[in-house]
Design a protein around this ligand. Structure first.
Ligand code: UDX
Length: 480
């Protein structure tokens, strides 16, 4: 864990100055913020870059001001345009937003990097989903690091897209449905468990273009960091390591609750439901959130709402204002909240780690975002899985089939029915199988804790990565 309280411990890397550029989505900004703190705690100067839009949404000035004054870490803060006007509805116009990030963003990043090179920036750590990092880093003579905020398994599937194509599991008119058993380090996997973009037959979308280019670019970077732990995915990581320096340094999640330092990252304003949670018995509340990015169809949302009502469980439900679409701000069935009465609350957003770590929380109905999974494991909250798209589909497999720390909301992903929702909530919160899941999640949590120790795998990998960086920067400066 980043030693925020004792930054003076590691000031040996003062020559390193890393520019951190997250993909400007909530689920990417969050781990980048905590990576910034982790690296600064190693004595590295960090300049963190938010887009103007996200800066505006977060609405708290320099988000690191508190951490800096409390701990003395050298984390600087900069903002850059994503190429679109501030008032542009990025959620409603998702493809145009992604297009701007694909085609326009790098020009703004280049201007920023040019202005910062004079301040000694010598490393760029950019999200793997960007299509330009190696090009921009080379242009300014920076060491290039790619940060993959998701599971190594998902990275590996994208990294080996050429193999999937050759075998006819991707990019064909009629894709194969048998097991994929030829990806180095990846156990045979059902195509239905691969990332949603790898299951689509129309591969001309803007997101596909981004994935294709990004996974060409990542082959040219100097290092890859991954928000996972070696124990979770050792074979996959080992195989990747034979091709590219790949360091598992996770979990990178908001530990600020423990360290006392705070960074505001939420793109929506948070509701505090602690008082309400305090009134509920231990383990009795189901927390429900479908993350920051995906939309849910109104039909599914309504079935889930009825299932929750029928289950009679206590609940906190985060219904993001744009969960169905920006046009429909209250998609829940009429009377849902009044029927729930004191049993449940619906809020637009919250500090998820604060909620998950509350003793009243007994389960998490989740879309299986990778951050949510890591946070839930950390808080030892069993998961009820409702993956929507992208890596969430693969994450479900890890959670339910491999680690057995969660259950499926519905057995058939294509059909959500209120009775099944009611039954699966009952199974997770009160069923006999709950104890097995709780035991498993306790063991997985111990792996996370172990990995974070200085002598643990992530602690060691972080050390190796920083040493590699020092050597590489020395080399680029002609000093090694
Ligand atoms: C997508 C991908 O599916 C995910 O795997 C990837 O890591 C990021 O992009 P997203 O919808 O952002 O997912 O989910 P998730 O990864 O779980 O990240 C959401 C973040 O928002 C978490 O850190 C969570 O703590 C935070 N959050 C969510 C809140 O702080 N408050 C909320 O009310 C809901």
């Amino acid at each position: 864990m980043a030693d925020v309280k004792n930054p003076n411990k590691h000031h040996k890397h003062h020559r390193l100055h890393a520019l951190l550029i997250p993909y400007p989505f909530q689920g990417h900004v969050n781990p980048f913020v905590h990576l910034a703190i982790k690296l600064a705690s190693q004595g590295i100067t960090v300049t963190f870059v938010n887009t103007h839009y996200n800066h505006h949404q977060i609405n708290s000035g320099d988000i690191f001001a508190g951490v800096r004054s409390e701990s003395g870490l050298d984390i600087r803060y900069a903002t850059v345009s994503d190429g679109l006007p501030l008032g542009f509805d990025r959620s409603l116009n998702h493809d145009q937003y992604q297009s701007a990030l694909l085609h326009v963003f790098s020009a703004h990043v280049e201007e920023l990097v040019e202005s910062l090179v004079g301040e000694g920036v010598n490393v760029m750590i950019a999200d793997t989903f960007f299509v330009w990092p190696s090009v921009v880093a080379r242009k300014f003579g920076l060491v290039c690091v790619s940060f993959w905020t998701e599971a190594a398994l998902v990275f590996s599937l994208y990294y080996h897209m050429d193999l999937l194509r050759i075998h006819g599991h991707f990019g064909a008119q009629e894709t194969r449905r048998d097991l994929i058993d030829y990806i180095p380090g990846v156990e045979a996997i059902n195509p239905k468990d691969t990332a949603s973009y790898l299951q689509e037959t129309d591969i001309s979308s803007v997101v596909h273009q981004i994935i294709f280019k990004a996974f060409e670019d990542v082959k040219k970077v100097d290092f890859v960091l991954c928000n996972t732990i070696h124990q979770f995915e050792s074979k996959t990581i080992h195989a990747l390591n034979s091709k590219i320096p790949f360091y598992a340094i996770g979990p990178i999640i908001p530990f600020n609750l423990k360290t006392g330092s705070s960074v505001t990252t939420s793109l929506w304003s948070e509701s505090d439901c602690t008082q309400w949670l305090n009134t509920k018995p231990a383990g009795s509340v189901l927390y429900i959130s479908f993350g920051s990015y995906a939309h849910v169809t109104k039909k599914d949302l309504v079935e889930i709402a009825h299932g929750i009502s029928l289950s009679k469980v206590n609940f906190v439900w985060v219904v993001r204002p744009d969960i169905v679409s920006s046009d429909e701000t209250n998609p829940l069935p009429a009377g849902f909240e009044s029927e729930a009465g004191d049993r449940g609350i619906v809020i637009p957003w919250c500090c998820q780690m604060t909620v998950l770590s509350h003793p009243s929380i007994g389960g998490f109905l989740t879309h299986c975002g990778w951050n949510s999974i890591l946070e839930s494991i950390w808080c030892e909250v069993p998961l009820l899985c409702f993956p929507l798209l992208t890596d969430q589909v693969t994450n479900r497999k890890l959670v339910v089939d491999d680690w057995k720390i969660g259950m499926n909301l519905c057995e058939d992903r294509g059909f959500v029915g209120r009775d099944e929702v009611k039954m699966s909530i009952g199974r997770l919160m009160r069923g006999e199988s709950r104890e097995g899941v709780r035991g498993a999640i306790g063991r997985v949590k111990m792996s996370l804790e172990g990995a974070l120790k200085c002598s643990g795998s992530s602690g060691e990998n972080l050390g190796l990565f920083v040493d590699g960086l020092v050597a590489k920067v020395g080399l680029s400066n002609g000093k090694a």
